[in-house]
Design a protein around this ligand. Structure first.
Ligand code: 13P
Length: 263
């Protein structure tokens, strides 16, 4: 099964207004017309508008790094799905390990956000991944299974029209990013074999939860110290359908090389 690769750049809490805009314009120049691969960047929320302006007319999509599950109201500091749509986002990253482990988000909270975002018309990148001690204790599959099952509870296999993109099936609306926490920002990458093993497990879980066609169509990104020099061997694995890139997405050259490694 050949799925179109999907590569995202998660800028996390980095850049300032000028560097965000210039990173975006460098990316537009380097890879803005790439069609073989879906590409998105997720700048800090306060720079979404500025980056969105720069991305206009390119093939690079704009993503939020988080959202809240209520439509509006007394939620100081939070961002609604309508706000993300309003500033031009097509999608949102949810369940990132930094939100789980630094900010205490639970699977149940993440699930509410996933349902709200999909309903509002935002596509979702749902991040999952185990801690080092969980891997060492042989719990990787259990942890990731729980995160996928609870994170996607109540998510339908297809959607009636909502949002600008109209009616779409689940594989077009949701991507899973497998990001082993021990590999994020550490310089330690999962080996292609380690990543492939978990990706294949997630795909067979999706076949159980939905059906084989959805499982085969849904993209599973790898994230965790992906760099220009290890991207190609990861993308070569059957069940690795792209990447969610942190550090290396902050440099035009590195992010562009990773995209090119997937072409
Ligand atoms: P690094 O690529 O910096 O390890 O970050 C990965 C990540 O967390 C992407 O969401």
């Amino acid at each position: 099964m050949s799925r179109k690769l999907f590569i995202g750049g998660n800028w996390k809490m980095n850049t300032d207004r000028d560097s965000a805009a210039s990173l975006a314009s460098g990316l537009v120049e380097a890879i803005g017309s790439v069609e073989e691969i879906d590409v998105a960047v997720a700048p800090p929320s306060v720079y979404l508008s500025a980056v969105g302006e720069v991305l206009k007319g390119s093939n690079i999509s704009l993503a939020g790094q988080n959202c809240w599950y209520e439509p509006n109201g007394a939620y100081t500091g939070e961002i609604s799905t309508d706000m993300l749509l309003d500033v031009g986002c097509d999608l949102v990253i949810l369940g990132h390990s930094e939100r789980r482990h630094v900010l205490g988000e639970t699977d149940e909270l993440i699930n509410r956000k996933v349902l709200k975002a999909l309903d509002a018309g935002l596509d979702v990148i749902l991040c999952v991944g185990e801690l080092l001690e969980q891997r060492q204790a042989g719990q990787t599959n259990d942890v990731v299974t729980r995160q996928v099952k609870i994170g996607m509870e109540g998510v339908p296999s297809s959607f009636s029209e909502k949002g600008e993109k109209g009616k779409k099936g689940l594989p077009e609306r949701l991507t899973i990013a497998y990001e082993p926490v021990w590999a994020i920002g550490t310089g330690v990458t999962a080996t292609p074999e380690q990543a492939q093993e978990v990706h294949a497990m997630i795909r067979s879980l999706l076949a159980d939860m939905y059906d084989r066609q959805i499982a085969d169509g849904l993209r599973i990104q790898y994230g965790g110290s992906m760099k220009p020099d290890n991207a190609a061997e990861l993308f070569a694995k059957d069940d690795i359908d792209g990447g969610l890139i942190g550090g290396a997405s902050l440099k035009v050259e590195d992010f562009a090389s990773i995209i090119k490694a997937g072409m």
